[in-house]
Design a protein around this ligand. Structure first.
Ligand SMILES: Cc1cc2nc3c(=O)[nH]c(=O)nc-3n(C[C@H](O)[C@H](O)[C@H](O)COP(=O)(O)O)c2cc1C
Length: 144
């Protein structure tokens, strides 16, 4: 069975909602899913996983969240070579530029991004395309 770790940070719950949909899609595709937040895990823990979905909203000025998520990302990014990964997160007032920057950086780690980084305005509405996109991201990682 495919094993996936979803590591996310969410201040007001929007990225958490996306994380739950990514998990749902992955489970529907047959994967076993573990969900962690930055303070529950470490770069070494994540480096022991073959498939990881990272979630973080746009914070600062088109940046990752600086206190908890960015330090973990900085520690883990040199350990991602050969792994299958996916990126997702919520944004609100720009157009998702933080995700473009993050995805470019992730591509340089030697990891394979199984799909384009998924940037969703606020939180997916029930029955929306965004909800389907989040589930599809989880399924893509499960099948990768
Ligand atoms: C301190 C702070 C900085 C933010 N910076 C950006 C930003 O640069 N670009 C953007 O589109 N949204 C920005 N936002 C909006 C958040 O990305 C948005 O509210 C998102 O839904 C929060 O996700 P969460 O509920 O998972 O914490 C910012 C929000 C906060 C509180």
């Amino acid at each position: 069975m495919s094993k996936i770790t979803i590591c996310y940070w969410s201040g007001t719950g929007n990225t958490e909602n996306i994380a739950n949909l990514v998990a749902e899609g992955a489970k529907e595709a047959g994967a076993e899913v573990t969900m962690v937040q930055p303070w529950d895990t470490s770069a070494d823990d994540l480096a022991a996983c073959d498939k990881i979905a990272f979630g973080c909203p746009a914070m600062g000025d088109e940046q990752l969240e600086t206190e908890d998520f960015q330090p973990l990302w900085d520690d883990v990014k040199d350990k991602l070579k050969g792994k299958k990964i996916a990126l997702f997160g919520s944004y609100n007032w720009n157009s998702g530029e933080w995700m473009d920057t993050w995805a470019q950086e992730a591509a340089q780690t030697g990891a394979t991004l199984v799909a384009d980084g998924l940037a969703i305005l606020d939180s997916p509405e029930p029955g929306s395309d965004e909800e389907d996109d989040a589930k599809a991201l989880g399924a893509a990682l499960a099948k990768a």
